[in-house]
Design a protein around this ligand. Structure first.
Ligand code: PHE
Length: 454
């Protein structure tokens, strides 16, 4: 058995201080981590960045909320959903008249799908495998939550976990706001504080999380996370000869190394120091997979302030958050994140309850079709807004939106050229269909993003 745990590589200690735009691999100001898979560049959680933004309201997006005029491609949208006992109507989430709302129909249509609660789906199979690990290898009993409503307050999503008021993750460019006080959770950490307040000391929370982002084979605006929290009381560390924080950090690392081994077998692993507002110290676990270091989770010793506010002044706790898609893409050999949402039998029939080792066999490969689009940008232009427009029109037919050229002329005008890859996972697309999509994308980009096509 070989488990080699390396301590932080000195070069990586600078990672969080390095401006992300300096990374040649990062093609957009995307700085998330728990969703990329092994082929993505080293990346950071939206919470592990110190970048701040001016104010959510400085990024007007109301005209972007969705491409409401072009719903042809969409699946029918259920009028009323019930999630964890909460009834939700479309109008509760997609509010055309509220300038603080940026939830498009494409996102509303995903609410209530709960892939993580399907025992035959890769995301559900993985969730259950992690449950098994905690049930059989950790003596403490973890309480499991997997149907907490993803619509949470700004306070729960950010304030309760000490995310600074000017943190970039709060911006409208990154988070889906239902209204000025309510968001679609962007991480399962949104439930930490409440569960601690309710007196839970060991728990796992699995759920769908939502982030505005770029488009490629490893990014999708809805994905799934699992959060774990464990609280210790002074008796737990008294005999250890360690201080409370070192004891919690040691237990955390041991538990998560065990989990990685349970899922991946014998692998090389290393711990990397990082920053999260809610933990200190904070770490990322990376495993060596297919000749690359892949970040699999973020974690750390819970900030004492969070425990104090929950009424636990004498305890110490650890917390972790992991992205299920990223792990499932590796474990099941799933090449494109859109496949998780496929209802095609040729995808769904390949997986069954309890079977973690199955490798996905692509049922067909349809060729991608590329379309380029150049325009002069305005100051308010962001790639996330462009991606939202493209997804609003092309839905899951868009595979990637990539910046391929970027220059500023003598007059100070900046031009971007984006290459859009259209490809269906399930069928061939006709030229006519793609040309039509591209025309609608061009029109929408011009009218909604304040750009001038070239
Ligand atoms: N919430 C963090 C994220 O989504 C992950 C995390 C959870 C990190 C708990 C530390 C502790 O990036």
């Amino acid at each position: 058995m070989l488990i080699r745990v390396l301590s932080t590589h000195p070069a990586l200690a600078f990672r969080m201080a390095t401006p992300l735009s300096h990374s040649p691999l990062l093609k957009s100001p995307s700085y998330l981590f728990l969703r990329h898979h092994s082929f993505a560049p080293p990346s950071l959680s939206c919470f592990s960045s110190f970048r701040s933004f001016s104010s959510p309201l400085s990024c007007p997006f109301s005209s972007l909320s969705s491409d409401r005029s072009s719903k042809k491609w969409m699946q029918p949208i259920a009028a009323l959903l019930e999630i964890g006992g909460v009834k939700i109507a479309r109008d509760d989430v997609v509010k055309e008249s509220d300038p603080a709302n940026n939830v498009p129909d494409t996102i509303f249509s995903k609410l209530g799908t709960e892939l993580h609660r399907r025992d035959n789906h890769p995301i559900g199979i993985l969730k259950n495998a992690i449950y098994d690990y905690f049930d059989t290898n950790i003596s403490a009993k973890f309480v499991k939550f997997d149907d907490l409503c993803p619509i949470v307050s700004v306070k729960e999503n950010f304030d309760d976990v000490l995310v600074p008021a000017d943190h970039i993750s709060r911006s409208y460019n990154d988070t889906y706001y239902v209204d000025a006080q309510t968001v679609l959770r962007c991480h399962t950490s949104a439930h930490q504080a409440e569960l601690l307040r309710k007196g839970h000391t060991q728990f796992l929370v699995t759920g769908d999380v939502y982030r505005r982002d770029s488009i490629d084979s490893t990014h999708y605006p809805v994905f799934h996370q699992m959060e774990g929290v464990r609280v210790f009381s002074p008796d737990d560390w008294a005999g250890s000869g360690m201080d409370a924080t070192s004891f919690a950090a040691m237990d955390l690392k041991k538990s998560l190394e065990g989990l990685a081994k349970h899922l991946f077998g014998t692998v090389d692993m290393r711990w990397v120091d990082t920053y999260f507002p809610f933990t200190n110290p904070s770490f990322e676990l990376e495993i060596y997979f297919q000749e690359k270091w892949m970040e699999v989770l973020g974690c750390g010793v819970t900030e004492q302030e969070i425990l104090r506010r929950s009424g636990r002044t004498d305890g110490v706790a650890w917390a972790f958050g992991l992205g299920l898609e990223r792990l499932a893409m590796v474990l099941f050999d799933i090449p494109d994140i859109r496949l998780f949402w496929s209802t095609d039998q040729r995808f769904t029939s390949q997986f069954s309850e309890g079977k973690l080792g199955i490798k996905f066999k692509p049922f067909s490969k349809y060729p991608p079709c590329y379309k380029d689009m150049s325009f002069w940008i305005s100051d308010s232009f962001t790639e996330n807004n462009l991606c939202e427009v493209v997804r609003g029109i092309a839905g899951d037919l868009v595979e990637e939106v990539q910046l391929i050229d970027n220059f500023t002329n003598k007059k100070g005008m900046t031009s971007h050229c984006y290459r859009i890859a259209y490809r269906s996972m399930e069928r061939s697309l006709t030229d006519e269909e793609i040309n039509q999509l591209q025309w609608r994308v061009r029109e929408a980009a011009q009218s909604k993003l304040n750009v001038v096509l070239r």
